[in-house]
Ligand binder design. Sequence first.
Ligand SMILES: N[C@@H](CCC(=O)N[C@@H](CS)C(=O)NCC(=O)O)C(=O)O
Length: 204
Amino acid sequence: MAMKLFYAPASPYTRKVRIAAIEKGLHGKIELVTAPPAKNLPELHKANPLGGIPALLLENGEGLYDSAVICAYLDSLGETPRLIPASGMEKFRVLRGEALADGLMDSAVAIVYERRRTDAEISQGFIAKHTKGIERALAAMNTEIETLPEAIDLRHVAFGAALGYISFRLPEIDWRKTYPGMQKWFETLSARPSLKETEPKDNS
Ligand SMILES: N[C@@H](CCC(=O)N[C@@H](CS)C(=O)NCC(=O)O)C(=O)O
């Protein structure tokens, strides 16, 4: 029995996990199960009582969540490439980079969900607050990219998933024009099979 990854093709957090799995050469050991949270699949709830995706069901029946825990687990399964350094300050820089990308995704997903509410319910203040957060995160990411090593680590994976999601769902945030260096970096990264195979698609 393979591990099962509950995912949705538009979810940036599940894309991060899928990119990591492909980079680690583990994707052949993971069965993908489409599980948009709105479908309330009992199997997903067994793997993750919070009902969110991604969730990874291990062969022993245990569930792992959220995306950061799953990425750390997958990284522990094989030596190379090492996505998270084993120790030292660089380990925490990598994890901080992942947190930056995850926070950016949190704000982007919050805006996408908010816009699905009725006109009377939508809070423009809420959207503006999260847009500002995204802008600050993009500026920080742009600075970090200059210091990234060439060899892929979890920052490349997480930044790629976050930038891809902004372009997919919030194209009006034109980070490519504001940060041409990051656009070039993203283009090079996007040529990797792991990013090509996981490009975001609408769930329905
Ligand atoms: N911190 C979580 C966030 C995961 C998350 O928010 N996933 C979204 C989908 S992109 C979700 O499951 N939302 C619940 C829902 O749509 O009801 C992680 O990194 O895995």
